[in-house]
Design a protein around this ligand. Structure first.
Ligand SMILES: [Cu+2]
Length: 205
């Protein structure tokens, strides 16, 4: 009798083991499907984010002038794109007809500007981030301007600027700084007249 009870107990235990195993396997499969689904959703909703850096002539060891790195970027068509530009350069005031480039255009909402400590650019900001639609033309350092897309964002000295814009159809669009930060009597020579310094290309595919 004892051995019969023991045998029955063993069978019940085996059945429980199998059932728990099947449930565990199902839960495991469910988790895998769920995680695959989550990854797919994440891919669909992630907004492309491009990062640009404005380097000074001292950083580049060149006499040409400051440069935006990289000067050529590719982004998807008909999409929101986030752009962050870290500028290590100083002020070159916008004057005359160019003061209009102190006003942002062609972006979604406003842009955010954070003044950073150039000696510790990843460290704490020296002041709270500002959300802006325009700035004083006298404190502009460079602009990120794509004339054919009517897009313009002024960049402050020693700052990290972030904005979002919506791309349209595929194409290649020239961007150019509209602040006379170059050499020569009007500031439009040097970096301002050499492709790959204060001008470049946005490719939309
Ligand atoms: Cu410039």
């Amino acid at each position: 009798m004892k051995s019969a009870v023991a045998g029955l107990t063993a069978i019940v235990a085996a059945i429980i083991f199998v059932v728990v195993g099947i449930i565990g396997w199902s839960v495991g499969r469910g988790a895998v499907v769920a995680s695959v689904g989550a990854v797919a959703v994440q891919v669909q909703t992630t907004v492309p984010h491009i990062y640009l850096t404005v380097a000074t002539p001292d950083m580049l060891k060149t006499d040409v002038g400051p440069a935006v790195l990289p000067s050529a970027v590719t982004v998807p068509a008909n999409s929101d794109v986030i752009v962050t530009i870290m500028n290590f350069d100083d002020v070159t005031p916008l004057t005359g007809a160019y003061t209009k480039f102190a006003i942002a255009a062609g972006i979604q909402g406003k842009f955010t500007s954070v003044i950073v400590n150039r000696a510790n650019p990843n460290g704490p900001a020296t002041a709270p981030a500002q959300t802006l639609a325009a700035v004083d033309p006298a404190i502009v350092s460079h602009t990120f301007t794509i004339p054919s897309l009517h897009l313009n964002v002024p960049l402050l000295a020693s700052s990290r600027t972030t904005f979002t814009f919506h791309t349209g159809a595929a194409g290649t669009f020239e961007w150019h700084c509209q602040d006379p930060c170059g050499t020569g009597p009007a500031g439009w020579s040097g970096a301002m007249s050499v492709q790959g310094y204060m001008g470049g290309e946005l490719t939309v595919i």
